[in-house]
Design a binder for this molecule. Sequence first.
Ligand code: TYM
Length: 329
Amino acid sequence: MATIFSGMQPTGSGLHLGNYLGALRQWVQLVESGQHRAIFAVVDAHALTADYDPKTFPQKVYDTALTYLAAGLDPSKCTLFVQSDVKEHTELAWYLSCVAPMGELSRMTQFKEKSEQYKQSVNAGLFTYPILMAADILLYKGTLVPVGADQIQHLEFARDTARHFNKRYGKELFPEPAPHPLRLRIKGIDGAEKMSKSRGNTIELLDPPNAVWKKLRGAFTDPQRATREIGGRPEVCNLFTMHQAVTPEAKVAEIDRDCRSAAIGCGDCKKMLHESLEVELVPLRAKAEALRAQPARVDEILRDGGATCRRIAGDTMREVRSAMGLAAR
Ligand code: TYM
């Protein structure tokens, strides 16, 4: 039985379509397949590496968990928790930092991008961030990690770190976690390569339908399609990456054909996309609203999840300390 582990940061103004289509939707499918043990975290400690407001932070953590549940994660079939409720994450991160090679850490493209973006406030946590992510996964001996394409390099790093640890301490203590075969990259509405909270080019999952439409209507498309008469190139269009994720396959093929031949315009394509998205978003919003009416429920789920994770994490750390020659006293 595979152990699934994944997480999301509670940053920005809520989870967005990239998070949902790239990861959360796969989480729900995996849990519903009933074939795995599954653990999902709100990775609040990771979010401390970016600028954030401690006053509004608890609400963001809560909203992230609520969105997990609204998207269909069933707490009776998987474990949901908040990363900082389990102190072993930061403890294991230190131990792993003593086997993780600097060279590999220095190659992380996300660090290079983010340190460019936040020039004035680059902290050491932003650099060592992949070590904490490796600790998250390895603490639960995670074997399958469903993430979007942007996290694959970090996951490779976690695999390498597991290998380095096992080799250094002569034990097969950590399995090497594998990525989920689906590695999506949803583009932003500004046409940028990645929909991302820090770029402000997102469509939020809990946005009302008119807000979703407003963003879609203004979204960039293929820049070569300057007029309605010029055919488009779906492969470079951000809307098409979303169609591929939410629109039935036969319709996607039609859209591909009709965009190239200019039989449809970008406005038509956007309307069809809005319809496909609403099929997913209507039940999600309804569930979120129902959960908001019982706030204690989300807290209770997270508390239970935290207790479960502390038990598992405690067991792993006993093995880790013993392997590393850190005696129990
Ligand atoms: P985060 O919070 O940036 O994103 C959460 C998940 O959403 C996916 N994602 C996307 N997928 C496709 N297209 C996009 N535009 C897009 N934007 C985001 C991400 O790939 C991710 O799966 N480091 C991680 C969080 C993390 C984690 C972990 C993940 C911490 N520890 C352990 C897995 C296992 C992150 O910052 O994701």
